[in-house]
Structures are given as structure tokens and as C-alpha cells.
Write a protein that binds this ligand. Structure first.
Ligand SMILES: [Zn+2]
Ligand SMILES: [Zn+2]
Length: 185
């Protein structure tokens, strides 16, 4: 459901996100539209990648601002259903957008794309229409893949292993219990 918030609103809408982070950056004090389903998926992403923080570079955009930053004025950002984010791991390091794309695919985001040449920023949206799995450094016209794991040659361990490396694990093999920690690459 898409809600509308005043430009001055600073409601903490979920454990890790505040509505003020999604405010349009055009400089005018207009309302912010925001989809609560987008927020709940961002929270799932936060947990899945064991993030220390997720920075929202761009959330809601009014039509004018969307056009200013190269959009067509009617994209997902203007509906309040999109966010461009940079994810940080527990040690404060930026998580590659290739990893973020894979995790976002698992969570069920329908619009996902790498958006910069350094592979640090990811566009995520909760579109209702056809999926878009993109890489804006190549094209914005069509999906580059239907599976980011295959596209970037990543495994589940590549995506989730390192992030959870500090966690203790318990293995039961043939009835015996083994304790251990997953080691970092
Ligand atoms: Zn604006
Ligand atoms: Zn975007």
C-alpha cells in the first residue's frame, strides 16, 4: 500500500528506515509517497545480508526531479515504489551490488538493477508489472538476465556466506554433533 507523508515527517517506518530518507531531493517541500511493501522488502534485504546499514541515495521523486536525474517522469521512483540503495556489511564495507541483486531476487523484488560502474549502488522497486533485472551500465532498455546468480557467476555461498561468517554453526553428521564457525574468505 502506498502512503503519503508530509515533507516534514520523520516517522521511523521500520526498524532501519525513516520516511525522511525517502524524501525527494528536488529541494521543494512536497509530500513523499512511499510503498510499505517496499520497506518490508528492504528490511528483509537488511536481514538477509546482515547489513550494518543501508543508505538510500534516492527514494521518492516528483515528476520534475525524476526527469532532472534522467528518468521519464513516470517511473517507479515517482510512484513511491523504488529506492536506490547502497548496502554495508557488519564491518562497514560496501556490499557489491552484484550480491545485493542476487539477494533482492531471492526476496522477490520485481525491479532490480545495478546502476553504477563501481557496482556499489542498486535500484530496487516493487513494480506490479513485468520483472526488470537490469544493469544500467549496459542498457536500461531491457533485462540483462532472468537470474542474477547465473549472470554474475555467483553461488548462494558467495552471496550469503561471507556476510554470516562470524556466526557459529552446529552440524549433525551421522548422529554426532560438530560445533564450528564458518570461516571468512
Ligand atoms: Zn521533488
Ligand atoms: Zn532507481
Amino acid at each position: 500500500m502506498i502512503k503519503t507523508f508530509k515533507s516534514t515527517d520523520t516517522t521511523q517506518i521500520s526498524p532501519h528506515f525513516n520516511v525522511s530518507e525517502f524524501r525527494c531531493k528536488c529541494g521543494k517541500n512536497h509530500d513523499t509517497k512511499l510503498d510499505n511493501e517496499l520497506i518490508s522488502k528492504l528490511e528483509k534485504l537488511f536481514t538477509a545480508l546482515n547489513c550494518s546499514k543501508i543508505i538510500v541515495n534516492s527514494g521518492y521523486r516528483c515528476e520534475a526531479h525524476d526527469k532532472n536525474v534522467g528518468g521519464n517522469g513516470s517511473g517507479q521512483h515517482t510512484k513511491g515504489t523504488a529506492a536506490d540503495v547502497v548496502c554495508y556489511d557488519i564491518k562497514g564495507r560496501v556490499i557489491s551490488s552484484k550480491i545485493v541483486c542476487c539477494a533482492a531476487q531471492d526476496i522477490g523484488f520485481c525491479g532490480i538493477a545495478n546502476i553504477d560502474h563501481t557496482y556499489t549502488a542498486t535500484h530496487l522497486d516493487n513494480r506490479m508489472s513485468l520483472k526488470w533485472y537490469g544493469d544500467e551500465t549496459k542498457t536500461t532498455a531491457y533485462s540483462v538476465t532472468d537470474d542474477f546468480y547465473k549472470h554474475w557467476g555467483l553461488s548462494k555461498a558467495d552471496v550469503y556466506g561471507v556476510q554470516k561468517s562470524s556466526k557459529k554453526i552446529t552440524l549433525i553428521i551421522d548422529g554426532k554433533t560438530y560445533e564450528g564457525t564458518i570461516t571468512e574468505k
